[in-house]
Design a protein around this ligand. Structure first.
Ligand SMILES: *Cc1c(COP(=O)(O)O)cnc(C)c1O
Length: 369
């Protein structure tokens, strides 16, 4: 296992862009950022080899990477990523939500994909460094934020199935508005009965690009059935509820219980984890346990499950409306609105992220300018 965890001092060289985006053009982008379409002036890069460990940390102008056609990641998908957001608070300060959780998960993903572990400090400092240069790209107002995308890939040039002896770590940043175009409207789900996202012992718990590649075909099937997202079941029985392609699930019961599915092949979401505490503060009882698809469909039909929502960094919390499968459908948001529990939890989390609620757990990390 090529794990190097001893941190050398973090000393990024900074090469500033000589032709940064003008203030007027940047303001126009920040006014209507969309999602993942525009990128800031700079990016963070660092290299790893077994001999030198992590080195050549630098902030350089955002732009194309020159890759040898034999770059390992292009052939064998040795790639992992993270996603987190920088929020601008009312007083102008910039904050990131629980970055040490992303850093720790990045290490777990790296271990599963035989990539080198990046020290937690370096992960957080790379974000701080990029935001110290590109902090003006953090939009203010509404639910806008600067989405941060740290990623790592095997960058050695060779063909052969072994772990790469060179890795590249990068952070890019993209100003974003709301994740779903329609705002906080219930999302429709297609139940994938012929495809799975992840299997026991597979890579479901690692945040790796390959998992997303595998979810695209079922996503296209969902669209053919008029649905926006896919819900995946376990790979063995095709019966236990796992998650969406990029978001975890919560069920709200009529007795005030909240349940989120337990499984080893689910991606351990930081929003999912954080909601356990936020919901407990608000008096809800949260359990993580296996939940079968019949419990969902029958529960909604019988009124025992009153709300269903999905959660993740990009969209925060999204109410689920229709769940459609080849033989029928149920709707847990027939009125087209987020249910009261969904709305309450969403507001509590967003208020915390945007500095409107007290950060009693020290979850917010101050950074940038
Ligand atoms: C990233 C991701 C999530 C959500 O994780 P958060 O840390 O809450 O943003 C859920 N499922 C999958 C498959 C993911 O890749």
């Amino acid at each position: 296992m090529p794990a190097v965890t001893t941190a050398k001092p973090f000393q990024p060289r900074i090469e500033r862009r000589t032709d940064p985006v003008s203030e007027a053009d940047r303001d126009a982008i920040l006014n209507a950022p969309g999602f993942g379409q525009h990128f800031t002036d700079h990016m963070f890069l660092a290299e790893w080899t077994p001999e030198a460990g992590w080195h050549d940390e630098r902030i350089v102008p955002y732009g194309p990477l020159a890759l040898d056609p034999a770059t390992a990641a292009l052939h064998y998908a040795q790639e992992i990523f993270e996603g987190l957001k920088a929020y601008r608070h009312e007083n102008g300060s910039v904050w990131v939500f629980r970055p040490e959780q992303n850093a720790a998960r990045f290490q777990r993903s790296a271990a599963r994909m035989m990539l080198p572990e990046l020290p937690i400090d370096w992960f957080i400092e790379s974000i701080d460094a990029l935001l110290s240069v590109d902090g003006a790209w953090v939009p203010g107002g509404g639910e806008k934020a600067l989405y941060l995308r740290p990623f790592m890939f095997g960058s050695e040039s060779f063909l052969g199935v072994r772990s790469a002896r060179k890795a590249t770590y990068a952070v890019i940043a993209s100003p974003v508005g709301g994740y779903f175009d329609a705002g906080v409207k219930p999302v429709s789900l297609w139940l994938a009965e012929n495809y799975t996202r992840a299997s026991a012992g597979g890579t479901g718990a690692a945040k790796c690009g390959g998992n997303y590649a595998a979810s695209l075909l079922p996503l296209a099937e969902a669209a053919q059935h008029g649905c926006e997202q896919v819900v995946f079941l376990d790979a063995t029985e095709h019966r236990m509820v796992e998650e969406l392609g990029g978001m975890n699930l919560y069920f709200v019961y009529d007795d005030g219980q909240l349940v989120t599915p337990a499984s080893d092949s689910i991606l351990d979401g930081i929003i999912k984890k954080s909601l356990r505490d936020v919901a407990a503060d608000l008096g809800y009882n949260v359990t993580e346990r296996p939940i079968a698809i019949e419990e969902w469909t029958e529960g909604v039909a019988a009124g025992r499950i009153t709300e269903v929502f999905a959660c993740g960094t990009a969209a925060v919390i999204t109410p689920i409306g229709r769940l459609v499968w080849s033989g029928g459908e149920v709707n847990s948001a027939a009125d087209g609105q987020a249910g009261p529990v969904t709305a309450t939890l969403r507001r509590a989390l967003v208020d915390l992220q945007y500095g409107r609620a007290q950060d009693t757990r020290g979850w917010m990390h101050r950074t940038g300018r």
